[in-house]
Design a protein around this ligand. Structure first.
Ligand SMILES: [Zn+2]
Ligand SMILES: [Zn+2]
Length: 174
């Protein structure tokens, strides 16, 4: 998933358009948290802006596999979004202004790593705590039972032990 840009680097202003379907099935984004479920459909343009800077502008579509942050059930996230970046030579020291949607990466040996860019974008796009359902009750901390399916004694115990915490949860802190 590396793209050779030797051609582009010969000539500032040069641009190339690519259509790709990347099979990422063997790739891990974040171990046990995020993996790739379908090939990534990617259309993008790369342009040499001068000084060895490569602008990447594209769109991608993919389904990611996540898991619920509370009950650990597998979840699917379908992403369809723009992908923008500036790739710099790895020894680039100059000034660089990025807009807030642009990732910044560097390249070595005249090859840009597209997987690195996708990975960065997946991580910032996926919620920190994905939930199967806003009201997911999660797993019991004592016996590990899925509390969406059934309750257990530990749960009622915890609730009765800690009335103060319960009150706190009801406060509106806004
Ligand atoms: Zn859940
Ligand atoms: Zn329990």
């Amino acid at each position: 998933m590396k793209l050779n840009i030797a051609d582009l680097l010969c000539e500032p202003g040069k641009k190339a358009v690519h259509h790709e379907e990347l099979d990422c099935s063997d790739k891990v984004v974040v171990a046990e948290e995020i993996s790739v479920k379908t090939p990534v459909k990617l259309v993008f343009a790369v342009e040499h802006l001068g000084r060895g800077l490569i602008e990447f502008n594209g769109n991608y579509e993919v389904d990611l596999k996540l898991r619920c942050g509370r009950c650990l059930k597998p979840l699917k996230a379908s992403l369809k979004k723009a992908l923008k970046a500036i790739y710099t030579p790895d020894d680039f020291m100059g000034e660089l202004e990025l807009d807030d949607k642009q990732h910044r990466l560097s390249y070595q040996q005249k090859k840009i790593n597209i997987w690195e860019l996708l990975k960065q974008d997946f991580v910032v796009t996926v919620p920190m705590l994905p939930l199967c359902n806003e009201n997911c009750r999660g797993l019991c901390k004592v016996c590990g039972k899925d509390l969406n399916e059934s309750s257990c004694d530990h749960q009622s115990q915890q609730e009765s032990i800690d009335p103060r915490l319960k009150k706190l949860q009801q406060l509106d802190l806004d």
